[in-house]
Design a protein around this ligand. Structure first.
Ligand code: AVJ
Length: 349
């Protein structure tokens, strides 16, 4: 049942953009063959990784999802109104769409039907998003399996409605500042003046409050981090011994980001048979698997402005742990924003 639904998703046009073996192999070549080992965070999200991430969102230490949901529960009506319906909703990195559901329900009080286009690298996550939203009869779901800078090109042209792009969960935090600006510029270029972007960002706070969210007592985040090695074992016929690596979460104060690493606990060689290479690790050597930047609301507004959006409003929780900011696509300085040709281009990160 689940498998069949996934197949159907994968058979859609856009299959070429799916995180295929080629993309995995390319990411591994780029990240593990040089002296400073790193892997891109999208690699976390195979079916198992997406399920582990869902577990993370329910952990007592992981306040992000809970706090963002709390803001949405309280403010979804106001956010929907501020975005100016009727709207068509596009979501980058939709996952299971648990929080977006709140926004869609609020939107349904302000317009009769909603078209919802969730993009995600994980077909399994999109299958559960679709199942979750089935009860909202007036929402039409059109899932797109893709990574997001590239996936934006796969969006069908809008039916003339204003578009609201939602980018929740502090997914933007995975991008360093120049890459974040480039990504949002790409989003802006796919939009018309008047379209909107709702951006969720985890806000700066003392590291003692942040670190437990990335190093939980139950070790779910450690499993999530190590799952990337299990994925490489399976997909690239590699031979990582998961017990020979440990999960690390560190606060990088200079760059205002949490970093996750996998540290090799001994000197070892790991064959990656599908690539015909062997990777050598010194004892204590690390693979940098994720950065999670923490922003300020001022920083979010600057980022939006640099990408071609005017920040119109922000909503936060009483403790200011998390912020949602609504940006409005402004016309390009040369006034060219919004013709259909431009809508289909995207800058690559
Ligand atoms: C999905 C990128 C927002 O950075 O908090 C959770 C991913 N990594 N625990 C984050 C994550 C470890 C998460 N984002």
């Amino acid at each position: 049942m689940r498998a069949a639904a996934t197949k159907r998703l994968e058979a859609r046009p856009g299959e070429a953009e799916v995180a295929t073996l080629d993309a995995v192999a390319a990411a591994v070549r780029a990240g593990l063959l040089g002296p400073r080992k790193h892997l891109p965070p999208w690699l976390f999200y195979d079916a198992r990784g997406s399920a582990l991430f869902e577990e993370i969102t329910a952990l007592p230490e992981y306040y992000l999802t809970r706090t963002e949901r709390e803001i949405l529960v309280r403010e979804a009506g106001a956010i929907a109104a501020a975005a100016e319906p009727p709207l068509e909703v596009v979501e980058l990195g939709a996952g299971s769409a648990a929080k977006t559901e709140i926004l869609l329900e609020a939107l349904l009080e302000q317009q009769a039907r909603v078209t919802y286009l969730p993009l995600d690298v994980s077909p399994a996550a999109l299958t559960s998003a679709r199942a979750r939203l089935r009860r909202l009869r007036r929402v039409t779901v059109r899932p797109i399996v893709a990574r997001y800078p590239e996936g934006l090109r796969l969006l069908p042209a809008s039916d003339g409605q204003r578009r609201l792009v939602v980018f929740l969960g502090s997914n933007i935090g995975n991008y360093d500042p120049p890459a974040a600006r480039l990504l949002l510029t790409g989003v802006a270029q796919g939009l018309r003046p008047g379209d909107a972007l709702l951006l969720g960002a985890d806000l700066r706070k003392p590291p003692r409050d942040l670190l437990p969210a990335y190093d939980d007592a139950q070790g779910v985040t450690a499993q999530f981090n190590k799952n990337v090695l299990a994925r490489l074992n399976r997909e690239l016929d590699a031979d990582f011994d998961l017990d020979a690596f440990r999960h690390l979460a560190r606060w990088n104060a200079r760059r205002c980001r949490i970093e996750m690493h996998l540290e090799s606990m001994r000197a070892q060689r790991v064959p990656l048979r599908a690539l015909g290479v062997e990777i050598t690790f010194a004892r204590g050597e690390r693979i940098h698997t994720e950065s999670s930047y923490k922003l300020t609301l001022v920083g979010v507004r600057r980022l939006l402005a640099a990408a071609g959006f005017r920040a119109e409003a922000s909503w936060t929780d009483p403790r200011r742990r998390f912020g949602l900011t609504l940006g409005r696509r402004v016309p390009d300085r040369d006034g060219s924003g919004g013709d259909l040709g431009e809508r289909l281009t995207v800058e690559r990160v």
